[in-house]
Write a protein that binds this ligand. Structure first.
Ligand SMILES: NC(=O)c1ccc[n+]([C@@H]2O[C@H](COP(=O)([O-])OP(=O)(O)OC[C@H]3O[C@@H](n4cnc5c(N)ncnc54)[C@H](OP(=O)(O)O)[C@@H]3O)[C@@H](O)[C@H]2O)c1
Length: 272
């Protein structure tokens, strides 16, 4: 079997489930009758979002002690955690910076990385490595939402995006997964559009959407440039977990061209 078609009784752990892509991943998995467990730092927020439709494991990918309970009896992991590319409240500075300190944080990437509890280096590099280390050895697939630009960090616009190290951190996360020996699929989306609008960027300000008009384009070798619908990224995560074509594959995903009436994920994946 190459794609998910029938109801299954396998458990999927979703990290970053309260985020934009993560919420959609959970919805897609529930539609396909997977058992879903989520790892969250905030169980009240998760309970409000998902009622009792998911199992909730309280934890933080930056704290390895919280991970063993979350990964127990899981067949697949979909990791959609992330933080902002530039310093923001989501980097969790303690104590909260004054206005002057914010200026200093923006002027000095090394200083802001050192001060933050939840920077890309902590979440996307160390946190992902922690999750990989905790994953069961018989895991059937580890799906990671990474980012376009990892192999083009010195080229515009990725040189700007990486000013505070988000692409360096995603790359370290990817390397931890690839060298782990686990079965994996790494998805590198372009700039995210479509709701839930959870990022702090121009696309969120403009509520940018595909309006269901654009096709899905996959590529390898980090050559694509463009926007990617959170809806399609989430579907790609869920469709890939049981698809053999995506095993040990790293691919870019953007939306481009006219959308066909049905997206044939198996054909898209078979081209990788
Ligand atoms: N924005 C873009 O244009 C863009 C482009 C390419 C790739 N990406 C990547 O795409 C993915 C999804 O993006 P998104 O905008 O949908 O994400 P998002 O809304 O920012 O969600 C991030 C999720 O990560 C969780 N999280 C953060 N730190 C954590 C920690 N230490 N331990 C456990 N969970 C933690 C958050 O939980 P809380 O609810 O507790 O905060 C939230 O559920 C991210 O990996 C992002 O880096 C984004």
């Amino acid at each position: 079997m190459t794609s998910v078609e029938v109801s299954v009784e396998e458990r999927v752990l979703v990290t970053g489930a309260t985020g934009g892509v993560g919420q959609l991943v959970v919805g897609d998995l529930l539609k396909k009758n997977f058992k879903v467990r989520i790892l969250t730092r905030n169980s009240a927020k998760a309970q409000k979002m998902f009622d009792d439709r998911v199992e909730i494991a309280v934890g933080d990918i930056c704290d390895p002690n919280t991970l063993p309970a979350a990964v127990q009896n899981v067949t697949y992991i979909i990791c959609a955690t992330g933080t902002t590319a530039f310093p923001s409240q989501r980097w969790e500075f303690d104590p909260a910076p004054s206005l002057i300190e914010w200026v200093q944080l923006f002027l000095d990437p090394k200083y802001s990385q050192a001060k933050a509890k939840n920077s890309p280096a902590k979440v996307d590099a160390q946190g992902v490595s922690n999750l990989v280390a905790a994953a069961p050895s018989d895991l059937k697939r580890f799906v990671f939402v990474s980012s376009c630009g990892i192999q083009r960090k010195d080229k515009f616009p990725f040189s700007i995006l990486n000013a505070f190290g988000v692409l360096d951190a995603k790359q370290k996360g990817e390397e931890a997964i690839i060298s782990s020996g686990l079965s994996y699929t790494i998805i590198r989306p372009g700039r995210l559009i479509d709701g839930p609008y959870t990022s702090y960027d121009l696309n969120t300000l403009l509520l940018a959407k595909t309006e269901g008009k654009f096709g899905v384009v996959l590529g390898t070798g980090d050559t694509l440039l463009g926007d990617a619908s959170r809806i399609d990224v989430a579907t790609a995560c869920v469709e890939s977990i049981q698809n053999n074509h995506c095993e040990r594959k790293v691919f870019d995903l953007i939306n481009q061209g006219q959308r066909p009436s049905v997206i044939d994920w198996d054909t898209l994946f078979s081209s990788l």
